[in-house]
Design a binder for this molecule. Structure first.
Ligand code: XMP
Length: 326
């Protein structure tokens, strides 16, 4: 039967066999999947691992600090932070197509790791062990939805599966490739990761970049980051974190609607709330959130976030809607 202790022991063996004495770098994103896959690899090969956190400018409020402080405190992993927000935003300038955004973000992600590798190379050369492996927190549903499973169509290019550049110079280590989210959480707890990390709701690798319908700009990211922080804060305050699977907050940047605030007419953007309930993200239903919580979120976002004058609720199940809007 399935048992997190067995899975850990089995994966640790596999990782050791795959990696040998080479060095490994890991894609730490702040999410559960990368946290657990990184902790597994750390368990397997210890100091051969360096975790790399890419601040691509598409993060939510407080995420960078959560990784730099909480995760490091819990694991003692060696962490390097790469600041590449300007590169990502330049690469995304003028791009509105969702698949193109995903491919660009995926490509730039890998480039950022390659840059990190170059920064680490002198150090690695000192012990004669080049960096040959890259850890990714790919889950079974990611594999299936990117067309990796038998007979499945490509629905969306998940950046951690599709969209890798042809000149990729790392071999991938993907210890979660056969697992579902609840199994990954069980493994994380077994590995001693704190609940603030293991209990985190899923957040897509391409980040807020695929939650802005339209071109991604610094100003729009700031609006969305604020709106998202408000929604998350109110859901947590209402004790609803375990009722919902996740709640994407989406900025319809190319849509404007007329509103009124104070004495004046406004012409601002809508924010979409997409609370969903799910077992594994393959299917989902929209969560029937209490009206008073929705009202509070709506009032706060329209009052506190400039340029947002309307909050709407997505009441679509998956299928036919996906969880993310892009
Ligand atoms: P969709 O929108 O396909 O999302 O219903 C299913 C789940 O996957 C998350 N998601 C991603 N996770 N990289 C990830 O690591 C991605 O590119 C990606 N796209 C979607 C999404 O948040 C949901 O939990």
């Amino acid at each position: 039967d399935w048992n997190s202790g067995n899975v850990i022991a089995e994966q640790v063996e596999r990782i050791r066999a795959q990696v040998g004495s080479a060095r490994v770098i890991s894609a730490l994103s702040g999410g559960v999947d990368s946290a657990v896959s990184t902790a597994l690899v750390q368990q397997a090969v210890g100091d051969q691992l360096t975790a790399v956190f890419v601040d691509h400018g598409l993060l939510r409020k407080g995420e960078r600090e959560q990784v730099q402080q909480d995760y490091v405190a819990a694991t003692g992993v060696r962490l390097i932070t790469v600041d590449v927000a300007d590169i990502f935003l330049d690469a995304l300038a003028g791009v509105t197509d969702p698949e193109e955004k995903r491919k660009i973000i995926g490509r730039e992600f890998i480039r950022a790791f390659e840059q990190a590798e170059r920064d680490l190379v002198a150090e690695a050369a000192a012990d004669g062990q080049p960096i040959k492996f890259l850890v990714q927190g790919t889950l079974y549903p990611d594999v299936v939805e990117s067309g990796g499973g038998a007979g499945t169509a490509n629905i969306k290019s998940h950046h951690n599966v599709g969209g890798l550049p042809e000149d990729l110079q790392f071999e991938l280590v993907e210890p979660l490739r056969t697992l579902f989210k609840d199994e990954v959480r069980a493994i994380g707890r077994e590995l001693g990761l704190p609940e603030t990390i293991v209990g985190r709701q899923p957040f897509p690798g391409p980040g807020l970049g695929i939650r802005i319908v339209g071109e991604v700009t610094r100003e729009r990211l700031e609006l969305l980051r604020e709106a998202d922080a408000i929604a998350r804060e109110e859901l947590t305050n209402a004790g609803l974190d375990h009722e919902i699977w996740q709640c994407p907050v989406v900025l319809l940047a190319d849509v404007r609607s007329v509103g009124v605030q104070g004495d004046g007419r406004t012409y601002g953007h809508p924010i979409v709330l997409r609370p969903v309930s799910s077992e594994d993200a393959m299917t989902a239903d929209w969560t029937r959130l209490p009206y008073d919580v929705l009202a509070k979120i709506s009032n706060r976002i329209t009052n506190e976030v400039p340029e947002v004058n309307r909050v709407v609720l997505d009441v679509t199940s998956k299928p036919p809607g996906t969880i993310e809007w892009e």
